[in-house]
Design a protein around this ligand. Structure first.
Ligand code: ZN
Length: 492
């Protein structure tokens, strides 16, 4: 594969050329959603980030197997107040089977992802469907001597592991600092060290989701599902493991320890992490009451929102920042993203209506090359967007009759927008979706009015021509007469 893609690897902390293990194929694993509530912005960012990587790798010609798991066994993620498993709690409150809760929120998650134009992964394995594999994985770690059984639960022995292999290499932490920073919590007396983490947990009587195992009726530890399902679907060693930066420690650190303990070597070549999202400068959290779900964004249905924001505005906003930078959501910033996207959409429409001249009277910069260079440089989407805006200036000047573009140059610009804006950034500006076809119908109707107005003007029927212009202005359209005819846009 002839390309220069470099990716920032959290393991070495620098950008390095991407070379897959198997020529022409890429295995990619991304930690997926926990399904006990509606998807919010925290879910949108990793989904969009790894969607871009998925799209780009495929664009470069790789056959990509993209695995994104579904965390549905509840695990150790208890509510701090009552210690109850979150799926189980939801099931009790809503009088549903735990798997009904999982399916309910998974369906909603898929709907949100589709709205954001996030492509489906190749495999979406459920943790609950891989209990047998997880038990086998625990046996391997026990056999290697890096885990112990305690009161029906099994824990990973971090200090013992650390004597043979560095624990903390991904997060850059060392075990002494970690021990001094840990405070003992209730129920930890089963563990030999506060750093030890559960591979299998004996279920308390009120715990609804549990499975038989050699150690107890219980459930697997959270970190285990990713090591197990990564190995099952991508092999003992695979190319890319991704997720949000919040998962780097302890989740991904524990995954590395599990792989080394069970297999004798690490599983992952490139660890890729997207940075976090804040809302109006604050972390998302229960105490701030700022968990805005994607559904609420799409409908404008939250006290913090001044208006609704379409899924494409949310996606565009995420892509305006590099995936390793933090992103702060505010109404102001989202409104700016909406305006910017509208400009690009208008340009894209004008581009498709441009009439070619015999010869261009400007020299077109090599936008394609610049965009490929930006993508190759650790998926620099803000730089791609900047290039598209530079190209927009030329397109808009041509559309206004200020410059001329040849048919070749116009087709080059169309290719630029089709490849980068539509295919790789994944902006859905019309086409196959329902909203896309209604957009097309809408544009066609306005264009028809423009034609009627043109005919009216040709026949000096000023009353009809002015009526159409004024009525459209009342409805919020901006109609301009240009050298090449008429141009319309929606006023913002
Ligand atoms: Zn994971």
């Amino acid at each position: 594969m002839d390309h220069n893609l470099t990716l920032y690897n959290s393991l070495n902390r620098f950008k390095q050329p991407f070379v897959p293990i198997h020529e022409g194929r890429v295995g990619m694993y991304v930690c997926g959603p926990t399904v006990y509530g509606d998807a919010h912005l925290g879910h949108a960012r990793p989904a969009v980030t790894f969607d871009i990587l998925f799209r780009y790798l495929q664009h470069l010609g790789y056959k990509v197997r993209y695995v994104r798991n579904i965390t549905d066994v509840g695990h150790l993620e208890h509510d701090a107040d009552d210690g109850e498993d979150k799926v189980a709690k939801k099931a009790r409150l809503e009088q549903l089977e735990p798997m009904e809760v999982v399916q309910l929120y998974l369906n909603r998650y898929h709907k949100d992802m589709e709205a954001l134009n996030v492509l489906s992964p190749s495999i979406e394995p459920h943790a609950s469907g891989h209990i047998i594999e997880q038990i086998e994985y625990i046996k391997k770690i026990l056999d290697a001597g890096y885990a112990y059984e305690s009161n029906g639960s099994v824990y990973f022995d971090v200090p013992k592991y650390n004597r043979d292999h560095p624990y903390g290499k991904l997060s850059g932490r060392n075990i002494e600092d970690m021990i001094s920073a840990t405070r003992e919590l209730d129920g930890q007396e089963e563990k030999h060290s506060p750093l030890d983490f559960a591979l299998w947990k004996k279920a308390a009587p009120e715990h609804i989701m549990h499975w038989p195992s050699p150690w107890s009726e219980g459930f697997p530890g959270w970190h285990l599902e990713c090591s197990t399902m990564g190995e099952k679907y991508l092999g003992e060693t695979f190319d890319i493991h991704g997720g949000g930066l919040d998962l780097l420690f302890p989740h991904h650190e524990c995954e590395i320890a599990q792989s080394v303990a069970a297999q004798g070597h690490e599983a992952v070549r490139y660890w890729i992490h997207n940075n976090m999202i804040t809302i109006e400068g604050k972390k998302m959290g229960k105490s701030y009451n700022n968990f805005i779900t994607l559904e609420q964004f799409f409908k404008g249905d939250h006290p913090l929102l001044e208006q609704a924001y379409s899924p494409m505005v949310i996606r565009f906003f995420i892509l305006q920042a590099h995936y390793r930078s933090t992103v702060d959501f505010s109404n102001k910033a989202l409104q700016a993203a909406e305006k910017a996207l509208l400009k690009l959409t208008d340009t894209y429409r004008r581009l498709n209506n441009l009439l070619p001249a015999e010869k261009s009277d400007v020299q077109l910069p090599d936008f394609m090359k610049a965009c490929y260079e930006a993508m190759d440089d650790d998926l620099n989407t803000p730089q791609v967007i900047a290039q598209l805006f530079d190209a927009s200036k030329i397109i808009n000047a041509a559309s206004a009759g200020e410059i001329k573009l040849s048919a070749d140059d116009i087709s080059r610009l169309r290719q630029l927008f089709d490849v980068f804006l539509i295919d790789l950034l994944g902006m859905n500006l019309g086409g196959e979706t329902e909203s896309g076809s209604s957009m097309k119908a809408f544009e066609g109707a306005v264009d028809l009015l423009m034609d009627i107005r043109k005919n009216a003007k040709a026949q000096k029927d000023w009353a009809t021509s002015d009526l159409i212009r004024d009525k459209l202005a009342d409805l919020g359209f901006d109609v301009k007469d240009t050298k090449n005819g008429v141009e319309w846009s929606i006023k913002k």
